[in-house]
Design a protein around this ligand. Structure first.
Ligand code: PLP
Length: 357
């Protein structure tokens, strides 16, 4: 069976050495030495000033809203994983959907400005599939209307914009380190925060709002990463360049072989790619379903990321419609890509698709 992705498992002996360290010092969680080590290494690797590790990418978003004190309406994209929207709703924030750009699949800055009202406090764009948003346009709008910007950068590990980490844009960027991601810590996530005071606040919020033995200044939660997860991250980080290189090769082959049969996401020309996904767009939903069926018959399971478009979710009121996002959602499929995908497996995927088309 070939799934859309396969978790990268680093060398077991290396992981065991970290587990031995955890057993020796008996420190399993609560900002342990491995979490601290991973924070330092990731900050250096990614080129960011501050990083706060947390237990998953969804809670990273929630902590970001609370750190910035968002209220009321937040303008976001309907073309994302459901957690982008559901995390707003569970924090009593109303998602206002702006449509995406037809080619980049990212929030279209032109559609954002029209939707701003006195109730709007923030913008939540997603660097979808690791494709950097139009960060300068979004910054201009945010400055003009005094809005906070949180980037859901769950897919944008190590993406650079004009040579600098794209994670440094906005007030906060959040990452997901779920097992299916390019870089992972089994479950996990992070916040990249420029302002040092806000870093301190986020650190209290992930630990129940506790400041010290006598003071609990904030309403917090439990969002801490544990030492076993940090150990996995330290191992995966050692291999990340190799993982990225393999994915680049896979992505280049798909693009070469499927050119003219499907269309691809248009990349931000000022940004680097991390090759974490290979989304392809078909001419119609029928065509997509035909290809999906042919692949499934060979035990190959691409995923309909992102489907359905989040503006169709039943629990969002008032109802909103984003035509471009709905259209792309129906016609897009993410093809299998992971470091261990073999040439033979990729050839089977490509030939099956060609035949079905
Ligand atoms: C765009 C986006 N945001 C948020 C999340 C949530 O991250 P996690 O699964 O780590 O909670 C994901 C997860 O896949 C995602 O793709």
């Amino acid at each position: 069976m070939i799934n859309v992705t396969k978790t990268y498992l680093p060398n077991k002996e290396k992981y065991k050495q970290y587990i031995d360290e955890i057993y020796d010092n008996g420190w399993l969680t609560n900002n342990g030495p491995l979490v601290q080590r991973l924070e330092k290494r990731l900050a250096d690797y990614l080129g960011v000033k501050n990083i706060v590790l947390v237990s998953n990418g969804t809670i990273a978003l929630e902590i970001a809203y609370r750190t910035l004190g968002l209220k009321g309406f937040v303008i976001t994209t309907p073309f994302s994983f459901v957690a982008t929207t559901s995390s707003l709703v569970t924090n009593q924030l109303l998602p206002i959907f702006a449509d995406i750009d037809q080619k980049s699949f990212n929030l279209d800055p032109k559609s954002v400005e029209k939707l701003i009202t006195p109730n709007t406090t923030g913008i939540l764009p997603v660097h979808v599939f690791g494709n950097a948003c139009e960060v300068e346009e979004i910054e201009k709008i945010a400055n003009k209307y005094n809005l906070k910007v949180i980037y859901d950068a769950a897919h944008a590990f190590d993406v650079k914009y004009e040579g600098e980490s794209v994670l440094n844009y906005g007030d906060i960027s959040t990452l997901s380190f779920h097992a299916t991601k390019l870089f992972h810590t089994i479950e996990g996530g992070a916040l990249i925060i420029n302002d040092d005071e806000l870093v301190q606040k986020a650190k209290y919020l992930i630990n129940f709002g506790i400041k010290n033995a006598e003071e609990i200044p904030h309403l917090g939660t439990n969002a801490k990463m544990n030492e076993f997860e940090a150990a996995m991250g330290l191992c995966v980080l050692d291999d990340i360049e190799e993982i990225k290189n393999k994915r680049k090769i896979i992505s280049d082959i798909y693009k070469k072989e499927l050119k003219g049969l499907v269309s691809f996401q248009e990349q931000n020309v000022n940004a680097s790619e991390n090759y974490s996904y290979v989304p392809v767009v078909f001419r119609s939903e029928e065509e997509l379903l035909k290809v999906q069926k042919a692949l499934n018959e060979k035990q190959i399971f691409p995923r309909r990321y992102f489907y359905p478009s989040l503006d169709t979710l039943d629990y969002i009121e008032p109802k909103q419609t984003c035509e471009i996002s709905r259209d792309i959602s129906k016609r897009i499929l993410c093809l299998p890509t992971f470091a261990e995908l073999t040439c033979n497996e990729q050839n089977t995927i490509i030939s099956t698709m060609k035949k079905a088309l």
